[in-house]
Design a binder for this molecule. Structure first.
Ligand SMILES: *[C@@H]1O[C@H](CO)[C@@H](O)[C@H](O)[C@H]1NC(C)=O
Ligand SMILES: *[C@@H]1O[C@H](CO)[C@@H](O)[C@H](O)[C@H]1NC(C)=O
Ligand SMILES: *[C@@H]1O[C@H](CO)[C@@H](O)[C@H](O)[C@H]1NC(C)=O
Ligand SMILES: *[C@@H]1O[C@H](CO)[C@@H](O)[C@H](O)[C@H]1NC(C)=O
Ligand SMILES: *[C@@H]1O[C@H](CO)[C@@H](O)[C@H](O)[C@H]1NC(C)=O
Ligand SMILES: *[C@@H]1O[C@H](CO)[C@@H](O)[C@H](O)[C@H]1NC(C)=O
Ligand SMILES: *[C@@H]1O[C@H](CO)[C@@H](O)[C@H](O)[C@H]1NC(C)=O
Length: 441
């Protein structure tokens, strides 16, 4: 079977301008979606990626008195900042967007946190946001509340929600109506920094969102019973725009996984063929754009290639499946040179891991925090790709994953992966590796 990573990685710099996402920037929007019924907070890990001090201002633009914080971050350093009281309430139109602005390029990681229920996300600068998205949520049969939010970057932003081919009932009326049938379109209008927020006990996966001006889309659920387990945990991530979907993905389970990790593959076009390299090699077809194919990861180090662009979301759980989190799997095409990862610290003590994925021929030039970790790591080949993965325990705070490559001769060496943190009754996960190659060259 033909696989694509080599060509894909060579094409990377061209794609950065055509459709690659980037995680470094100077302006970011965030929201704090609902998480259980308790008061949650937004823990931000902010990394200054430049060699000068950064002045960072964090505000809530439509509620000027709620949040107005000025911070300084030293060169190549990071801070943790916690915002409370801006949790979205269940109303369709909310004023609680959070804006982070900085004088240097930063990376922003968010953790939606309440004791026993948390999940993290990597956010993206406003100049990288798009106009076309799909929603992914998980709802068990135990009355979970699926949810998503949209933040507008511009005024008079006309946004259309096109429902998948099944009926959906929302918790609150949208345009005076709660029950919608399959295929219906819902049109809403948002002003700059305004947030649209909705919940449902129905799975919202496959809703397609198109806008006139760029939007930030977050999706997940307040609390979910993964695989009907009696324990609940929060899950969310920021959705990538369709223009950044990929065709090649490494699928690696977390180090505490218990053979219950799934990926959901969302097709962006009709008649999409998936080639799966798991314990066995198989193919599947998704007939319609927006449909999700649910795939149990029968091996810890597998992969997926497709003939049309897709989004892959991994639902990863602990050996206690009530402890789960969701993250968008970074397409191989978006892997980056020298990403930084951040392990979050909260009152709940997380044990943090970085899952590092790199092409086999570059594994010996990987440095973690500028140390050669090759001897300490156990690299495992990924079935179906010429990539290997290692899962490494990391302490709280900022870490660099560096390739000791000569940039002028090794521009194709890139790294991707995700960070996974677990506490006794909760876990978080977020992807890293998005679109930084050309920024550094
Ligand atoms: C925010 O704080 C800065 C000083 O840190 C102040 O100059 C500014 O007026 C404040 N903005 C609002 C809306 O309160
Ligand atoms: C929803 O909009 C799409 C085009 O954006 C159109 O093809 C479809 O027919 C619409 N659905 C309904 C039920 O009107
Ligand atoms: C969850 O429970 C429902 C009914 O109670 C059942 O139909 C479904 O198969 C269960 N799902 C899993 C993953 O066990
Ligand atoms: C982690 O958080 C705990 C609780 O807030 C705090 O006591 C501890 O000092 C933090 N550790 C680091 C390394 O920041
Ligand atoms: C890292 O260590 C491994 C063996 O432990 C060695 O083969 C490799 O050359 C080292 N890489 C660098 C960049 O020094
Ligand atoms: C699956 O495909 C990969 C890549 O082509 C190959 O290396 C592997 O041997 C295949 N596995 C099986 C069980 O056929
Ligand atoms: C990188 O490669 C270029 C050309 O091959 C060479 O001139 C330069 O000295 C190398 N730099 C390092 C740091 O090895």
């Amino acid at each position: 079977m033909e696989t694509m990573p080599r060509i894909a990685v060579f094409a990377f710099c061209l794609f950065l301008f055509a459709g690659s996402w980037k995680s470094r920037g100077r302006e970011f929007l965030l929201v704090l979606m609902e998480n259980t019924h308790y008061t949650n907070s937004l823990v931000l890990g902010i990394i200054n990626t430049e060699t000068v001090t950064s002045d960072v201002v964090i505000t809530s633009p439509l509620l000027p008195n709620a949040l107005n914080e000025s911070l300084q971050i030293d060169a190549m350093n990071s801070i943790e900042f916690t915002a409370t009281s801006l949790s979205l309430e269940l109303k369709n139109y909310v004023s609680k967007a959070i804006l982070v602005k900085s004088t240097t390029d930063i990376v922003v990681i968010g953790l939606n946190f309440v004791s026993y229920s948390a999940d993290a996300f990597l956010t993206f600068p406003t100049d990288a946001l798009g106009l076309d998205y799909f929603i992914v949520t998980y709802c068990s049969d135990v009355d979970d509340r699926c949810q998503f939010s949209i933040v507008s970057t511009g005024n008079d932003n006309t946004i259309t929600l096109k429902l998948p081919m099944r009926s959906i009932t929302f918790q609150q009326p949208i345009n005076q109506k709660t029950a919608y049938s399959g295929g219906e379109n819902i049109t809403i209008m948002l002003q700059a920094y305004e947030v649209f927020f909705t919940q449902s006990t129905d799975d919202l996966t496959g809703i397609r969102i198109r806008s006139t001006y760029p939007i930030l889309v977050s999706s997940g659920n307040s609390v979910g019973h993964w695989l009907n387990h009696t324990n609940v945990d929060h899950g969310e991530d920021i959705m990538p725009p369709v223009k950044t979907f990929g065709q090649s993905f490494a699928l690696v389970t977390n180090p505490a996984a218990y053979a219950m990790d799934y990926v959901w593959v969302i097709a962006s076009e009709d008649a999409t063929t998936l080639s799966l390299f798991l314990q066995e090699n198989t193919t599947r077809t998704i007939s319609r754009a927006g449909q999700a194919e649910r795939i149990l990861l029968t091996t810890a180090f597998g992969s997926l290639t497709t003939d049309k662009p897709v989004m892959v979301v991994q639902f990863t759980c602990d050996y206690n499946p009530g402890v789960w989190s969701m993250f968008v799997v970074t397409p191989v095409l978006q892997y980056a040179l020298n990403p930084t990862v951040f392990a979050l610290n909260t009152s709940e003590y997380f044990v943090n891991y970085a899952v590092i994925i790199v092409q086999e021929r570059y594994k010996d030039i990987i440095l973690l925090d500028e140390r050669n970790i090759t001897a300490a790591l156990s690299w495992t080949p990924i079935n179906g790709l010429d990539f290997v993965a290692a899962r490494v325990l990391i302490n709280f705070g900022i870490h660099s994953v560096l390739l000791r490559a000569n940039l002028s001769s090794e521009t194709t060496a890139v790294v991707g992966g995700y960070v996974f943190g677990r506490a006794t009754t909760t876990s978080y996960a977020y992807p890293f590796g998005y679109g930084m190659v050309c920024n550094l060259l």
